[in-house]
Design a protein around this ligand. Structure first.
Ligand code: ADP
Ligand code: MG
Length: 307
């Protein structure tokens, strides 16, 4: 879990002394206790010195469909501000794992925790409201609406400070002007993904890649901390794939966390700092791209012997 020695652990895990030292009179032991409790309640300070905080923790996850065990004792965590790849051949259990995390499926066994809270069995919208977002394919009905209408219909984010707002602050407005604020935000996100010029285009007329950009733009409107993407590059041409990757890297640098499910091993190896390999419902290997490349099991099971 702590292979990332070069990670800026100090940023996500400020020392307790920094939070308790300054304002606490040496004699006031009661106040000191209170502050310690506050520090422990802050998700950002829960991580240890040598590990980044992991907003998403999956433990002992198992899913059976009739006689098939699609996901079998899967445990991993996703650390803050990382691009983590979940790869494996077709049928490995990637999408099922994704659906178990996002509340689309209930696990037979195991738990999913998000920001320390057990969210196992929660409804998808309850999970999204907590800041764990996923992309959705543009539904058929929405193809007959414009890009802008699709964005306005996207689920609204929770009230309060969001990562997006801290990046692109909008002026504070009255409650009555929240719709205007929503519209401003929609334009900011469209602009970020460089699809603002397509605002009046029908979603049904978009190319495969432009759809992916719109799907990610919609997901960002929910103010997520963590984004789960299931095969975000499927059907995307190389130049749009490059742009999509640039956007993902830029968002990661700004503090967003990504779990990307993919079957394209090279793409994940070249873009993720951490790779989890699934095979036949189980985790075969979890490590850096270098560790994955060197793993005999992965070469045998996933690559079928070829490198
Ligand atoms: P991946 O996304 O890695 O290709 P999946 O998670 O889609 O794999 O599938 C894992 C296994 O579970 C496969 O054997 C698949 O046939 C089976 N499976 C997935 N979803 C269902 C379902 N709803 N009902 C029955 N079997 C399923
Ligand atoms: Mg799949």
């Amino acid at each position: 879990m702590s292979e990332t020695d070069d990670s800026p652990a100090s940023e996500s895990a400020p020392a307790e002394g920094a939070a308790t030292g300054e304002d606490t009179p040496p004699s006031a032991s009661d106040a000191s206790t209170d502050l310690t409790e506050l520090v422990e309640d802050d998700p950002e300070t829960r991580a240890g010195d040598d590990a980044r905080y992991a907003p998403l923790e999956v433990e002992g996850l198992r899913k059976e469909f009739g006689g098939i065990t699609a996901v079998d004792d899967v445990s991993f965590d996703v650390e803050e501000g990382t691009l983590t790849g979940l790869i494996g051949p077709n049928g490995a259990g990637k999408s099922t794992t994704f659906n178990l995390i996002t509340g689309m499926l209930d696990p037979t066994e195991g738990t999913v925790r998000f920001n320390g809270e057990d969210i196992t069995g929660f409804q998808p919208h309850e999970i999204a409201n907590r800041g764990l977002a996923r992309t959705f394919q543009i539904a058929r009905e929405l193809e007959e609406m414009t890009v802008l209408e699709n964005m306005m219909l996207a689920p609204k984010g929770q009230v309060g400070e969001s990562l997006w707002r801290s990046i692109m602050p909008v002026t504070r407005r009255s409650v009555q002007e929240q719709e205007t604020e929503q519209l401003d935000r929609v334009w900011e996100v469209l602009d970020f993904f460089e699809i603002d010029h397509l605002a009046d285009e029908y979603a049904g007329n978009l190319s495969g890649g432009q759809r992916k950009l719109l799907e990610m733009a919609r997901a960002l409107l929910t103010d997520p901390d963590v984004l789960l993407l299931d095969e975000p590059f499927a059907g995307v041409n190389p130049s749009l794939e490059k742009r999509l990757l640039e956007h993902i890297h830029e968002l990661r640098e700004r503090g967003y966390t990504f779990l990307i499910v993919e079957h394209d091993m090279d793409l994940i190896m070249n873009n993720c700092e951490r790779v989890i390999v699934m095979h036949q419902g189980r985790i075969l290997k979890d490590g850096t791209p270098e560790e994955i490349k060197e793993s005999e099991e992965v070469i045998e099971a996933y690559l079928g012997g070829e490198v």
